[in-house]
Design a protein. Structure first.
Length: 316
């Protein structure tokens, strides 16, 4: 099972592209592949032809209609010679073409902001985003105002702390103190979604909301027990849209992982029958009283995955 931090970093680019480009549903899986229609087959690079025939559909009962599809890996195009030729992970971007992410140098993970020379140009410049003093920093998302969400360790080491950087300036610690926290996504209102681990109690999906000239303390969303789960439950948020709605997952000690949608007051499970690991990674803004959520499941012991898409009708 991947660590929570690794899972969040790997899913951040998909989540953010979904929210930015997913308004017509056509590019919902563009970061890691594309979701194919039910009972479809398509020739993949190298001539490997695969079909996904076990699509699962249901009535939209407020939990969301699930469409399961095949995933085709697509290459990431590198941009910006200013980033060293090292281990670089671009994780979030906005319509103007700015990109945030992390890169590794001399055993340290550093955050960067890459800005194109003009809107969506393929050349530009990169700057390091100063973290919180530690050897780990990851920038996961950027909004239309240039506010960047991520996580960094402090001087002296763990734990991670969620942060916001404004335009690539020094990181602002969202959760000062000894608690662990992580910023996975930021919406255009400046709300940051991620997780918070208090000194006593489980890890909880959390949202930080702008307050005055800064951000307030974490609002923990809670740790609901969803289908098949038992014992202590942890939760984490992976994306937040401009309405403040959140998606992510809950997990128990038996590695039963369930996807959720949070509409401001309560959790709704996003179903995928018959598998033990289901995760929601990203969501669109509201369209005609609905949002589109994408995610993935793990359906066998060799880590085989399906791409998932739910259409969720909002509760009034």
């Amino acid at each position: 099972m991947e660590s929570l931090e690794h899972s969040l970093e790997q899913q951040a680019l998909l989540a953010n592209l979904i929210r930015r480009d997913g308004q017509d549903g056509a590019k919902l899986a563009a970061a890691i592949g594309r979701i194919l229609p039910e009972n479809s087959a398509e020739e993949k690079p190298g001539g490997d032809e695969r079909a996904e025939n076990d699509a699962h559909h249901g009535q939209d009962d407020g939990r969301g209609v699930l469409i399961r599809g095949a995933i085709e890996d697509l290459p990431l195009q590198a941009h910006g010679a200013a980033i060293p030729d090292l281990d670089v992970d671009p994780l979030g971007r906005i319509a103007s073409g700015q990109v945030v992410g992390s890169y590794r140098v001399n055993g340290e993970d550093k955050c960067f902001l890459w800005t194109p020379s003009s809107t969506n140009a393929t050349t530009g410049t990169a700057v390091e985003i100063p973290g919180l003093g530690g050897t780990f920093c990851v920038a996961n998302d950027i909004n239309s105002s240039g506010q960047i969400a991520g996580a960094s360790t402090l001087l002296g080491g763990s734990p991670n702390h969620a942060f916001v950087s404004i335009g690539g300036a020094a990181a602002i610690d969202l959760q000062p103190g000894t608690d662990e926290s992580y910023g996975a996504a930021i919406n255009n209102a400046g709300q940051v979604a991620g997780y918070h681990t208090p000194a006593i109690g489980p890890t909880s999906a959390a949202v930080w909301t702008p307050s005055g000239s800064g951000w307030g303390s974490a609002s923990d969303l809670g740790t609901p027990t969803l289908s098949g789960q038992s014992g202590p439950i942890n939760s984490a948020a992976l994306d937040i849209n401009d309405a403040g709605y959140v998606v992510g997952y809950t997990s128990d000690q038996q590695a039963i992982i369930r996807a959720f949608f949070w509409q401001g007051t309560a959790f709704t499970e996003l179903p995928d029958a018959g598998v033990s690991i289901v995760q929601a990674n990203g969501l669109t803004n509201v369209m005609a009283n609905r949002v589109i959520v994408t995610g993935s499941d793990v359906f066998n012991a060799t880590n085989g995955r399906h791409g998932l898409r739910w259409v969720v009708t909002l509760k009034r």
